[in-house]
Design a protein around this ligand. Sequence first.
Ligand code: NDP
Length: 330
Amino acid sequence: MSETFPAYLISKSDSGQVAELKQITLDELMDGDVIVKVEYSTLNYKDGLALTGKAPVVRRFPLVPGIDFAGSVVSSDHPGFKQGDQVVLNGFGVGEVHSGGYAGMARVKGDWLVALPEGFTPRQAMAVGTAGYTAMLCVMALEQHGVTPESGEVLVTGAAGGVGSVAVSILSRLGYQVTASSGRASQTEYLIGLGAHQVIDRGEFSGKVKPLAKERWAAAIDVAGGNTLANLLSQINYGGAVAACGLAESMDLPASVAPFILRGVTLYGIDSVMASIEKRQRAWQRLAKDLDLEQLEKMIVEIPFEELPAAAAAILEGQVRGRALVRIPS
Ligand code: NDP
């Protein structure tokens, strides 16, 4: 097919990796049994790493970045999808080893797609995006552990970011008392607006890690890793749990085993990329039920397609608030 559409294409040469905005054709996409007209994508932390080349997120070249997208099926050889179906995709290596959402069209495996849940438009689904769906996976892990609003206060770190914002909003809607930890005092009003009962400075978790500290939280959702995760583990109440999904601070975990063996604390690892389709469907159904769409609107920052490279640098510096939505031109 010779029809062209706009796309970012990351290529690699001896001088390094470069992302360019081009017009491409379907022939330049990778194999798959479903072609989707991409309507919306988002800018996630991982996309920031891919577009800037600051970490080896992209492992096949040339590749269209963008780890998630929503749109409508143009053609399908997959039994689960037909022309006109609205779909959403997160992860499965898309935007890393398979061309992704920053293009007018995507060709992917139907096995990776989730039918857009009723009640969501493609725009809203991408306002949720990988970050919001990951926040829901974290909430589900804590619920499965047995954490309830009666258990006590729940801490959310990196609260003004994408995962954090959605986590604060969902937990508060479910009746939890949520403490939001943020490095940006300027975002206090925003976080209270999303339902946080209080906002604390993330500096509280940056000090030297004690094996055990005063018990403060029934549970936590952590996007930071590093000292933050180690410190908050030492503050979890007896029998409590932490859902860890990120490394915004660091990949390291300078913790001791004390919270695990003396307080029975559980650390859940959350991965959104290879989660099963069944788990994804459950998460999206829960999002349709438990996420306040008016609050979701408050989290949206729209990024023009042409400005993605600059926004990629900003998200890595922690300067993007909430959910960064990208409308994909055709
Ligand atoms: P964002 O960039 O939107 O948010 C990250 C937030 O972390 C920032 O807004 C900031 O919040 C906080 N932060 C930044 N730097 C530091 C630091 N040095 N120490 C402590 N906190 C910091 O990213 P996302 O919300 O999209 O993603 C968050 C993390 O989760 C990333 O590491 C990402 O890679 C990971 N992730 C993992 C997934 C998985 O499947 N496991 C899926 C999606 C995301 P504030 O200003 O409020 O302090």
